[in-house]
Design a binder for this molecule. Structure first.
Ligand code: PMP
Length: 452
């Protein structure tokens, strides 16, 4: 048998695979890294190199790779029931998980609809919102409001309500038209203006849209507190409070896409808690299974559910379905993940890690090519710019972030950037020493990538 090493597996990969979010030609110069095993925050390749997974493998991993507790739960489940359709049938993990999510979510969200990835959860929420209005005799409500710089996934509906040009522009002719309000993203606040003031000011635009067009609008969709794929841009919870209040006043649903920010990323279990609001639809995925298996859930409240509940002949049912809806293995991984949150008092521990992360990254704020170091809970972002005073961005063609990525890999850290934004979004089992090491590596690599 031929021995597996990085080079041989990478060559076989590049002969047959097409990777997500990748210009495959980049791999003519950028090595593909085959991972042999994971343990905690570390990934190990076939040549024995280790990488600290500083971005939780696209924000899914919460408690480390090959976590013994989650592994044991999935192993136990696979010996009993790997999958069964969820129409007409049910299973204990799906029921238990729904009960627990209802118990943990903001008040009033007491119905759970499962799907199997984040984009699908967004599709479900959009369709459910429109369909609920239709069932309630308001079929003219067909439009969605989204925020500039938002991201909600890559399927056509999710892409339509997103606003990151890099992903959206090419497909625009295929997408439904949405109403786009300016983002409350506080990177754009005036000198001396605080986050709250800026977020409040930005809300005026959304208020105007609702006042003028609520008759046609089903819902406003937002990523609470952090626009993650949109360069980890952040805003103040007051925006969510104002939004909730305005949605109620104008009779419009609020969809909170907590796919990236849910499960402790922003410092509370759900970001909406920081504004004290309950959305009409809460989309969850990513960290839901601790990064083990694809699963998503859309939570909504009784009155939405009631709008669909009728005799079959009235054809009001929500017929949306995915084959792997509520997969038992994924539900068990999610239940084990929630057990860890409870038994290890994760939210409190994260507050301490977040403080260490802030302290470790603080020196970068003075770097001549850093416009801002910003943080919300366990998400810390470093915005690289050509000119710090004028906040002039690097031309995207220079791919400065990619240079940081390459340099960090050589030092044993996985710091995949978002354009010129480098960020830490580590699994919650990272130690203070590892956080400090990561910040030192990031600083070194930023120096290299911004020299010249
Ligand atoms: N919404 C948000 C806020 C996300 O960050 C993402 C994924 N990055 C999605 C939706 C889509 O999730 P998925 O990749 O599982 O389709």
């Amino acid at each position: 048998m031929t021995k597996l090493d990085n080079a041989s597996l990478a060559a076989r990969d590049l002969a047959v695979l097409w990777h997500p979010c990748t210009q495959m030609k980049d791999h003519e110069t950028l090595p593909m890294i085959p991972i042999r095993r994971g343990e905690g925050i570390w990934l190990e390749d076939f040549d024995g190199n280790r990488y600290l997974d500083a971005i939780s493998s696209w924000w899914v991993n919460l408690f480390g790779h090959a976590n013994p507790r989650i592994t044991a739960a999935v192993r136990d489940q696979v010996e009993q029931l790997e999958h069964v359709l969820l129409a007409g049938f049910t299973h204990e993990p799906a029921v238990q998980l729904a009960e627990r999510l209802v118990g943990l979510a903001p008040p009033g969200l007491d119905r759970v609809f499962y799907a199997d990835n984040g984009s699908s959860a967004v599709e479900v929420a959009l369709k459910m919102s429109y369909h609920a209005w239709r069932n309630l005799g308001r079929p003219q409500k067909t439009r969605f409001v989204t925020l500039a710089n938002s991201y909600h996934g890559e399927t056509l509906g999710a892409l339509a309500v997103g606003n990151v040009a890099l992903y959206k522009e090419t497909y625009r002719p295929l997408l439904m038209e949405v109403i786009t309000a300016p983002s409350p993203d506080c990177f754009h606040r005036e000198p001396g203006e605080d986050w709250e003031g800026y977020s409040r000011r930005r809300f005026a635009d959304l208020e105007r849209i609702l006042a003028e067009q609520a008759d046609q609008i089903c819902a406003v969709i937002v990523e609470p507190l952090v626009q993650c794929a949109g360069s980890m841009r952040m805003y103040h919870p007051v925006y969510l409070q104002l939004l909730r209040e305005a949605c109620d006043r104008h009779g419009v649903h609020l969809i909170a896409d907590e796919i990236a920010v849910g499960f402790g990323r922003t410092g509370t279990l759900f970001a909406c808690e920081q504004a004290g609001v309950s959305p009409d639809f809460l989309c969850l995925s990513k960290g839901l299974t601790g990064g083990y298996l694809p699963l998503s859930a859309v939570l909504t409240h009784a009155s939405i559910y009631a709008a669909f509940y009728d005799d079959y002949q009235r054809l009001t049912a929500f017929l949306h379905s995915h084959s792997y809806t509520g997969n038992p293995l994924a539900c068990r991984a999610a239940l084990a993940t929630l057990d860890i949150f409870e038994s290890d008092q994760v939210i409190a521990a994260n507050r301490r890690f977040a403080a260490v992360m802030a302290e470790a990254a603080a020196p970068l704020a003075d770097h001549p090519h850093v416009a801002e170091v910003r943080q919300t809970g366990m998400i810390l972002a470093i915005e690289l710019v050509r000119d710090r005073v004028r906040r002039e961005p690097y031309p995207w063609q220079e791919r400065r972030g990619l240079a940081v990525y390459r340099a960090a890999l050589a030092r044993g850290a996985l710091l995949r950037p978002l354009g010129s934004v480098i960020y830490f979004m580590p699994p919650y089992v990272i130690t203070p020493e590892e956080l400090r090491w990561l910040a030192r590596v990031a600083a070194e690599c930023i120096d290299l990538a911004t020299a010249g």
